[in-house]
Design a protein around this ligand. Structure first.
Ligand code: RET
Length: 331
């Protein structure tokens, strides 16, 4: 029952009341219909207790930043698409993944720029102690949908480059999905009271554990696997994995300062995540596509059956229903 203590108001002061007035339809002035009754319509007023609710939200700066990042992803996607169609089908593995990552990021930024994927989460604002001000901070949850799809794809690129076993690759990807979902849980937990704050940071801790698991597997098993590859591939994997790890470490820090402890504005949050997203997606895919070389026996050379439509005639594939319908017995 200890958590109930959190809900008690800090002082027994009378609850402040607010008066709101609503304009009746057609306005409150009397001359607009030329004649008629001409009397004053009663102003409907209502009095009810309401704590002051303050919204912490993005401004013009943040919204412009979202559009700029959307433009960067769109412009960055075009050369990747060109490169993809110009590359031989069997060697398009990394191209395909990269194009997908950039497309998802572009769509997610378009959604956020146009006001989609946003909610308000009640938070405790540490600046105002013991007052009845309530705060709600804007949460751009669309980025978690983006991350849910793009981070596994980025990790798939890294794991494939190292030639990591399918079992370990699956473990990395599942840990990543777990990290993003528990991170979202942390972000959406209302933390107006201490119990909520504890829950939010609890989810943050669980998510961080998954984050460490991903990188543990990638560095230990990934490096073992990369040792079996040519020197240049091993070098590229080590470089990309190290850079990606450092970059990804910044995400929980930005989270802690924004969604977590509300220390920076929503605009600053948008810009910080934006810089990281551009580096982690555009920077990563461009480095990978320009630095890796194809190798016929490499683990990333796609099999023919994946990229070519199968040859041959054989049965027409309609099965029993097909043959029933083809007797020509329709009246
Ligand atoms: C959260 C919050 C909880 C703790 C941790 C997090 C990590 C997020 C990461 C995101 C990476 C995103 C990328 C996006 C696009 O390119 C969920 C912020 C550890 C690592 C790379």
């Amino acid at each position: 029952m200890e958590f109930l203590a959190d809900f008690r108001p800090t002082s027994i002061a009378p609850i402040p009341t607010t008066t709101i007035s609503v304009d009746p339809p057609g306005g409150t002035h009397t001359h607009h219909h030329g004649g008629g009754g001409g009397g004053h319509l009663p102003l409907p007023t209502e009095t009810f207790p309401t704590p002051d609710l303050h919204y912490i939200h993005s401004t013009h700066t943040g919204q412009t930043a979202l559009w700029v990042i959307f433009a960067l992803f769109t412009i960055g996607l075009i050369p990747v698409l060109f490169l993809t169609v110009r590359t031989e089908k069997r060697n398009r593995y990394f191209h395909g993944i990269s194009a997908l990552v950039l497309t998802i990021a572009m769509i997610s930024y378009l959604a956020m720029s146009t006001g989609l994927g946003i909610s308000y989460i009640p938070i405790h604002h540490h600046g105002v102690k013991g007052s009845l001000h309530h705060f709600a901070r804007q949460l751009y949850w669309a980025r978690y949908v983006d991350w849910l799809f793009t981070t596994p794809l980025l990790l798939l690129s890294l794991a494939s480059l190292a030639g990591l076993s399918p079992a370990s690759t699956l473990a990395v990807i599942l840990s990543d999905v777990f990290m993003i979902i528990t991170g979202l849980f942390s972000a959406v937990t209302p933390s107006r009271w201490a119990s909520g704050e504890r829950a939010a940071w609890g989810w943050f801790g669980i998510s961080t554990f998954a984050f460490l698991l991903i990188w543990g597997i990638l560095f230990i098993n990934g490096l073992q696997a990369a040792n079996k590859r040519p020197r240049s591939t091993k070098g590229l994997f080590t470089l990309l994995a190290a850079m990606t790890f450092i970059l990804w470490c910044a995400y929980p820090i930005v989270f802690g300062l924004s969604e977590g402890a509300n220390k920076i504005s929503v605009d600053a949050e948008i810009i910080a995540y934006g810089v990281l997203d551009v580096a982690a997606k555009l920077g990563f895919t461009y480095l990978l596509l320009f630095l890796h070389t194809h190798e016929e026996t490499g683990p990333w050379t796609l099999p023919d059956w994946w990229v070519e439509s199968p040859e041959g005639h054989g049965p027409d594939g309609r099965g029993i229903y097909g043959s029933l319908g083809s007797r020509g017995d329709r009246d």
